[in-house]
Design a protein around this ligand. Structure first.
Ligand code: F3S
Length: 423
């Protein structure tokens, strides 16, 4: 299959816009050939993974410096995935200085390429809200799920280098989730048990992701209101339980499986607009209990060292909920509430950070436990309401996990012990 190029793309390939743009386009084109794309499409925004120095190491840092040195500059709005620390308050987190220095050098290389040092897995909560049908190239898997499913934008699950290449040449290859046919369901998921709270949506996503792999699940039986254009932008999305539930479910689908898009009947925009999403004979999965998922996500630990809320990064509504439960109380365990820096600023203005810090908790901007140097810190166990965090914490951070409702996590932080949730 030949990828058809526009004259401007031919010119970039011929080197008219410098060696970095040519190299970037070659990467995008190579991926297009591998996946059978017929053309490239301009992207409206890019989100780049591969930010934590813990994952990149010196080789990754050198790669980024090389690109910056060769003149690579992004041509569309581009943000970053979380780093391995709060870029301002890393010392208070106990992050070793040597790590912090290298992490700073990674961010500096990206900034040199014109990328905003907005380090978050929820760019859509801090102003980057792609429009319905818009092509983008995002790489954080939970953000990919949210952008495709909740916003109706179009992106594949990009890798860090392919997203960076898309940012530098302003294009991506049109295959997979960029195409109408790639967005049809591969599985009909009939949910017959009650699913009410965000953590239960996370458990559901974890279970279904393990069943559908890289497919596109179409959920039926979920009691969620329609997502509308008005509800995805600005204030409403910052404090909507529906959006929080979809955020947690998508992150879980993308971590136990390789899901990049899901649909919810009557709720997500494409499921409400298109009537061709469920091809005949599509495979059916019935979910009649969340018990197996909840059991799989819980280790038998009682003592809790650290509570982590905000995977994906918390909305302002989630920050408010945590602050409300901590008001006037004192934590026995540490608590990290991870957020985008813009959300932290809003939380400071509302007095929420002060409340959480008064209880002994921390509102961590820019960072993520999974990519932080956790093995250098004194934590061994963790409580979380995120199924993604629950499934990644042991392999990526060496932490044994309790998973359950937000309230149970906060109470575990107050007592320093987990009380089993009867579900
Ligand atoms: Fe975000 Fe880290 Fe969770 S990148 S989705 S907080 S694992």
């Amino acid at each position: 299959m030949t990828v058809r190029l526009e004259p401007e793309e031919e010119a970039i390939l011929a080197g008219a816009e410098g060696p970095a743009a040519r190299k970037a386009l070659e990467i995008v084109l190579t991926l297009g050939r591998i996946y059978g794309a017929e053309r490239l499409v301009p992207v409206a925004s890019v989100q780049v993974a591969g930010v934590s120095y813990r994952n990149l190491g010196d080789a990754g840092l050198e790669f980024l410096r090389d690109w910056a040195e060769q003149g690579a500059r992004v041509r569309v709005p581009t943000t970053l995935n979380p780093a391995g620390m709060d870029l301002d308050a890393w010392g208070e987190m106990g992050i070793p200085e040597a790590f912090a220095r290298r992490q700073g050098e990674v961010i500096a290389a990206y900034v040199r390429m014109g990328i905003a040092p907005t380090c978050t897995c929820t760019p859509y909560l801090v102003g980057n809200v792609p429009a319905y049908g818009e092509h983008i190239a995002w790489s954080e898997s939970s953000a990919v799920c949210y952008a495709n499913a909740v916003l109706g934008a179009r992106t594949n699950r990009e890798g860090g280098p392919s997203a960076l290449a898309a940012a530098v040449c302003g294009r991506t290859a049109a295959y997979g989730l960029h195409l109408e046919e790639g967005r049809r369901a591969t599985h009909r998921i009939r949910v017959t048990c009650p699913v009410r709270e965000p953590w239960e949506y996370a458990a559901l996503g974890f279970w279904v992701g393990g069943r559908v792999g890289g497919g596109v699940p179409y959920f039926e039986g979920l009691d969620l209101p329609p997502v509308t254009a008005a509800s995805v932008a600005g204030e409403p999305a910052l404090s909507s339980p529906t959006h929080d539930a979809l955020k947690l479910m998508g992150a879980a689908l993308a971590s136990s499986g390789a899901v990049g898009l899901y649909h919810v009947a009557g709720c997500t925009p494409e499921a409400r607009i298109r009537n061709d999403l469920l091809p005949p004979g599509v495979q059916e999965v019935v979910v009649d209990s969340l018990e197996p998922a909840v059991a799989a996500l819980n280790a038998s630990v009682e003592t809790i060292d650290l509570v982590v809320i905000g995977c994906p990064h918390a909305s302002l509504g989630e920050v408010r909920a945590v602050a409300e439960r901590l008001r006037g109380r004192r934590l026995a365990a540490d608590l990290w509430l991870t957020v985008a820096r813009g959300v932290r600023e809003r939380a400071v203005a509302e007095g929420l950070v002060e409340t959480i810090e008064a209880a002994g908790g921390r509102v961590v901007a820019d960072g993520c436990v999974v990519v932080a140097p956790m093995r250098d810190l004194p934590y061994r166990t963790l409580a979380t309401n995120s199924a993604k965090m629950a499934s990644y914490a042991l392999p990526h951070a060496g932490l044994r996990v309790r998973f359950g409702p937000l309230e149970a996590c906060i109470e575990a932080g107050i007592r320093g012990r987990w009380e089993t949730v009867v579900h």
